[in-house]
Ligand binder design. Structure first.
Ligand SMILES: Cc1ncc(COP(=O)(O)O)c(C=O)c1O
Length: 344
């Protein structure tokens, strides 16, 4: 290889044409302008490390503002808090860890902690259960492909540490009945996690554009934590997700502190240690570049694409499921708070 990275470009020849719309997942493309902003910010903070918030106060401030913006979108109350992680899997992993630790602390003598979730939940929950020593329990879906609340209730035991609902689920794109699941979790004194990795930065804007999206966030009493990926419909660089908690006690379970070695104190909120400063900076830059109007504009494009696909499928006589109402003109329903008041 010469003095540049140019030869790497040649390796792309057989990759999927994502700019041409050939990849229905993996990449969330908000347009060239958004990509350019993300790249500029990423390169600006290419070398900085999110592991050192005191050394890189800029990154710590970006992160706290990103978290504040996310909480503003997801109706976080005054007690709500959160942190950035490197992706949906890490957010889910940490939520599972917090739920496990809370259950073990509250119920001494309990058996192996269980995660009860609908069949459509993301594999990251089983992966986390595998690594963290929990028992994953998947329950059948209802006829509408959403979580069947009765089936989840039937799966509960005194060892249940966490209930899960998705907003939306990856396989079917439908939002689970979060209010009913959260009520069940409250009744049982169990942690309720909403996996909004896909919907967290999409649903608030789609709803404002009139899409019929059921309640799924902290507006629902009993929701303990929410995962929401910035590197999906937040349109930021890969390596950026958020994990939010309804209260600081739950959030505190996420941190890890260690000092039994010769190098002093070590503390992280996240599973990983080193975190790309670029991913944190790019998230902040894209959120501020797009702002509410920009997100509404990009979300409108996604909704229009969905409508076009629905029309085409209808014309072919192919059945579809999920909400059929996908309005073409904005009709505000519940306003997302954007930008929210800053939380430091
Ligand atoms: C609903 C849902 N949850 C979690 C994840 C995991 O996210 P990541 O691939 O960023 O780890 C995904 C990924 O597609 C997802 O669709």
């Amino acid at each position: 290889m010469g003095r540049t990275a140019a030869p790497a470009e040649a390796r792309r020849t057989n990759d999927a044409d994502w700019r041409g719309g050939r990849v229905p997942m993996f990449i969330h493309y908000g347009g060239e302008d958004v990509l350019e902003v993300a790249k500029q910010a990423y390169l600006m903070y290419f070398s900085e490390n999110g592991l050192g918030p005191r050394a890189f106060g800029s990154l710590a401030k970006f992160e706290s503002e990103v978290v504040a913006m996310g909480l503003g979108l997801l109706h976080g109350g005054p007690q709500a808090c959160g942190a950035m992680t490197t992706g949906g899997t890490e957010s889910i992993f940490l939520a599972v860890k917090c739920a496990r630790d809370r259950a073990l602390a509250r119920r001494p003598g309990m058996g192996k902690p269980r995660i009860v979730m609908p069949q459509s939940a993301h594999p990251a929950f089983d992966k986390a259960a595998y690594f963290l020593g929990l028992e994953p329990v998947r329950t059948p879906l209802g006829a509408d492909f959403r979580a069947d609340v009765a089936a989840m209730r039937a799966a509960l035991t005194p060892d249940t540490a966490m209930l899960v609902g998705s907003a939306p689920s990856f396989p079917h794109g439908v939002v689970d009945p979060i209010p009913e699941l959260a009520a069940l979790a409250r009744e049982q004194g169990t942690w309720m996690h909403v996996d909004a990795c896909v919907g967290g930065y999409f649903a608030p804007f789609a709803r404002e554009l009139g899409a019929d999206i059921p309640d799924f966030d902290f507006a629902v009493e009993g929701v303990t934590s929410i995962s929401a990926d910035l590197h999906k419909y937040g349109y930021t660089a890969k390596g950026a997700s958020t994990l939010f908690f309804a209260d600081p006690e739950s959030f505190a379970l996420m941190g890890y502190f260690f000092d039994n070695w010769p190098r002093g104190q070590y503390f992280t909120h996240t599973l990983v240690g080193t975190r790309a400063g670029g991913a944190i900076a790019a998230a902040w830059a894209v959120m501020n570049y797009l702002g509410k109007d920009g997100y509404l504009r990009v979300t409108q494009r996604v909704l229009a694409t969905r409508r076009a696909m629905q029309t085409g499928l209808d014309a072919l006589g192919l059945p579809t499921f999920g909400a059929r109402s996908c309005p073409s003109s904005p009709s505000a329903r519940r306003r997302a708070t954007w930008p929210p008041s800053a939380r430091e």
